[in-house]
Design a protein around this ligand. Structure first.
Ligand SMILES: [Zn+2]
Length: 131
């Protein structure tokens, strides 16, 4: 019989997502069922809730797109409306751009202050903007 390692105990300090604080925070285990943490309370705001080991995913995040989605995405785009890519311009997610080397691409996300991730036919690339 292999011993279950680090079985949770009531009163343990664990990290959970707090729906009230809206972030991952230290929590205290309150109830355990079949070796799994059921309920805990937030050490920060005191709210009691189900144990959530991970922060919920935001709906419709463009960064979840795969390069294979490129064709699907391009179908709904009007290539004539693509903006010419220039490092000095500012681009927004979902915008269609025309890059001198990579061709047509769709802006997925803005990274940091002056970087964008753009999906081209051969995959996602990070470009600079707002220079
Ligand atoms: Zn909280």
């Amino acid at each position: 019989m292999a011993e279950a390692k680090a079985a949770p105990n009531i009163g343990d300090r664990i990290d959970s997502y707090c729906g009230r604080c809206k972030m991952m925070l230290a929590h205290t285990v309150e109830t355990i069922e079949n070796g799994k943490i059921k309920k805990c309370h937030c050490n920060t705001c005191g709210a009691q809730h189900a144990y959530r080991p991970k922060a919920p995913k935001k709906a419709g995040v463009p960064s979840a797109l795969e390069p294979s989605d490129y064709d699907k995405l391009m179908k709904s785009q009007d290539a004539d409306k693509a903006r010419k890519y220039a490092t000095s311009d500012k681009f927004q997610p979902t915008e269609l751009i025309n890059h001198a080397t990579f061709g047509l691409g769709i802006v997925l996300t803005c990274k940091e202050s002056n970087k964008i991730e753009v999906l081209f036919s051969d995959g996602a690339k990070t470009l600079v903007h707002c220079r």
